[in-house]
Write a protein that binds this ligand. Structure first.
Ligand code: GDP
Ligand code: ZN
Length: 451
C-alpha cells in the first residue's frame, strides 16, 4: 500500500441504483481541502471552516455544470477519522450522480482508495489500534445483533485492553529474566516459582480466549445447515416455518420465493444459512441428477445436517441410506416430522419430534441444533478474537508452553527468554504494536471500499 502522503477518495456509502437517500464521497489527505474547494459552489455568505457544514452544489470545474446538490463537510487534520484533512460530499443517493462526483474528485488529483485504506491510515496515525480497526469491519459485516454487540465491545477497546494487559504482564517477567541474563551477580536471586506462576496464569487466559473465539466465530460467520430428507417428509415446510419464526430479522433476499431453497436467518443470536437439499435419490433424470449433485455438495460443505423423516411413515430404509451420506464428524440432528399425524410419536430414533405444519417442537429443534453445534452458550461471550487474532493467541500460548518447559528442565535463562519474547511479539501483533506492513495490508484488504 502506498505511503499516506497522497490523497485518497472513495464512495463511503452503499451504492445501488435507485436506493440510499444519501451518498457520501469521502476524500482524505493533503489535497482534500483544495479538491473540495475546486469542486464545490456554496451560495451566500457561508463560512468555509473546519467542522462546519456547507450547503451548495458539486460542479464540473471544466464546464460549470452542476452534478449534484450536496452538503460539504470539512474536517481539518488532525481532527478527523484518519487524522488527515478529510472532506466529505453528502449528495443524493443512487448511482449516477455519486459516481460522477467521485470521478471529478479523482480527476482533480485524488487516487481511488483501496479497501480499508481510510481505516489503515487511521491506524498508522495512531487513531486506533489494530483490534479496534478490525472491529469496525466486523461491525459493518455483522449478521446478527450479538455479532454487532461483540464488534462494539472490540471497538470500545475491550479486546485491546485485555490483550495489552496480558502482554504487559509478560513484559514484566521478561524484564526480570533479561536483567538476570545481563547482571546476574548484582541482583537478588530470581523467584522462579513466581515467574512460572505468572506465565502459567497468562497462558490459561490465552487458552480461554482461544476457546471463546470459536463461539465468536459462530456469531460472526454463522452456520451452514443442510436440511435433507426423502421427498415429502416436510423439508420445505420446516424451512418456511423456521424462517417465519423470526420474521423480524430474516433478510428477505430478492428473488427468493415462498418455497425457499436457501434461507438466511438468525436463531437465538446465531446467524444460520439453511439449505433445502431437495431430493437426494437414485435417478436417471439429468436435471434431477444435477440437483442431487448440488445437494451432495451442500452436505459436504455444511457445518451441520438436519435429517428430516416422516413420523407417520416411520424410519425407512431410504432414510437410513440418506443418513449414510452424511459425512463423518458433521453434527447431525434427526428430526421426526408430522408429529401431528401420529398418536404417540415413535420418537425413540428422533432427536426431536416436530410438526412443521403446526409449529410444535420447533423451539426444541433450534435448541438441539445449536447444542449439537456447540453454539448453545454463545450468549455469554464478551470479547471474541477473530481468526487472525485467535491464531496469534494460540501461538503465544504455545510459546509460553515452551518457556515453561525450559523452566521445568532448569535450562539456562536464555532458553526461557527466547519463547517468552516470541509470545510477547504475537500479542503485539494482535494489537498492532508489533506488526509488519505485509500483515497490515492483508488485514485491511478484507475491509470494504470507503472504510
Ligand atoms: P419436502 O418435499 O420434504 O420439502 O416436503 P414439503 O415441505 O413439500 O411437504 C410435503 C407435504 O407434507 C406437504 O403437503 C405438506 O403440507 C405436508 N407436511 C409437511 N409438514 C407436515 C406436518 O408437520 N404435518 C402434516 N400433517 N403435514 C405436513
Ligand atoms: Zn421441498
Amino acid at each position: 500500500m502506498a505511503t499516506a502522503s497522497d490523497t485518497i477518495a472513495a464512495v463511503a456509502t452503499a451504492i445501488a441504483p435507485g436506493q440510499g437517500s444519501v451518498a457520501i464521497v469521502r476524500i482524505s489527505g493533503p489535497q482534500a481541502e483544495a479538491i473540495g474547494a475546486r469542486l464545490f459552489r456554496a451560495p451566500g455568505q457561508q463560512v468555509w471552516d473546519s467542522h462546519r457544514v456547507l450547503y451548495g452544489h458539486v460542479v464540473d470545474p471544466a464546464t460549470g455544470e452542476p452534478v449534484d446538490e450536496a452538503l460539504l463537510l470539512l474536517m481539518r487534520a488532525p481532527r478527523s477519522f484518519t487524522r488527515e484533512t478529510v472532506v466529505e460530499f453528502h449528495g443524493h443517493g443512487g448511482l449516477v450522480a455519486v459516481q460522477r462526483v467521485l470521478e471529478l474528485v479523482l480527476a482533480a488529483g485524488a487516487r481511488r482508495a483501496l479497501p480499508g485504506e481510510f481505516s489503515q491510515r487511521a491506524f498508522l496515525h495512531g487513531r486506533l489500534d489494530l483490534t479496534r480497526a478490525e472491529a469496525i469491519s466486523e461491525l459493518v459485516t455483522a449478521r446478527s445483533r450479538r455479532a454487532a454487540q461483540l464488534a462494539m465491545a472490540g471497538l470500545d477497546g475491550g479486546l485491546q485492553r485485555r490483550i495489552g494487559a496480558l502482554r504487559e504482564r509478560l513484559l514484566d517477567q521478561l524484564a526480570e529474566l533479561e536483567a538476570r541474563v545481563d547482571f546476574e551477580e548484582d541482583l537478588p536471586p530470581l523467584d522462579s516459582a513466581a515467574l512460572v506462576a505468572a506465565l502459567t496464569a497468562v497462558r490459561r487466559e490465552l487458552e480461554q480466549l482461544v476457546a471463546e473465539a470459536r463461539q465468536g466465530a459462530l456469531l460472526r460467520e454463522g452456520l451452514r445447515v443442510a436440511i435433507v430428507g426423502r421427498p415429502n417428509v416436510g423439508k420445505s415446510s420446516l424451512l418456511n416455518r423456521l424462517s417465519r419464526r423470526e420474521r423480524a430479522i430474516v433478510t428477505d433476499l430478492p428473488g427468493t420465493t415462498r418455497d425457499l431453497l436457501e434461507s438466511e436467518l438468525v436463531l437465538d443470536g446465531v446467524p444460520l444459512t439453511l439449505l433445502d437439499t431437495a431430493g437426494i435419490r437414485p435417478t436417471d433424470d439429468a436435471v434431477e441428477r444435477l440437483g442431487i449433485a448440488r445437494s451432495r455438495e451442500a452436505l459436504a460443505t455444511a457445518d451441520a445436517v438436519v435429517l428430516v423423516f416422516d413420523l407417520a411413515a416411520g424410519w425407512t430404509p431410504a432414510d437410513a441410506e440418506l443418513r449414510a451420506l452424511v459425512p463423518e464428524g458433521v453434527p447431525l440432528l434427526l428430526v421426526g416430522n408430522k408429529a401431528d399425524l401420529v398418536e404417540a410419536p415413535a420418537v425413540a430414533l428422533a432427536d426431536v419430534a416436530i410438526s412443521a405444519l403446526t409449529g410444535s417442537g420447533s423451539d426444541a429443534l433450534v435448541q438441539a441444533l445449536l447444542q449439537r453445534c456447540g453454539a448453545a452458550d454463545v450468549q455469554g461471550v464478551q470479547v471474541a478474537l477473530n481468526a487472525r487474532q485467535r491464531d496469534l493467541a494460540a501461538r503465544a500460548s504455545e510459546a509460553l508452553a515452551g518457556s515453561l518447559e525450559a523452566a521445568a528442565q532448569q535450562l539456562p535463562w536464555d532458553f526461557w527468554t527466547i519463547d517468552l519474547r516470541a509470545a510477547v511479539r504475537c500479542l503485539g501483533e494482535i494489537t498492532g504494536e508489533e506488526v509488519s506492513e505485509a500483515v497490515l495490508d492483508r488485514v485491511f484488504a478484507r475491509f470494504c471500499i470507503g472504510k
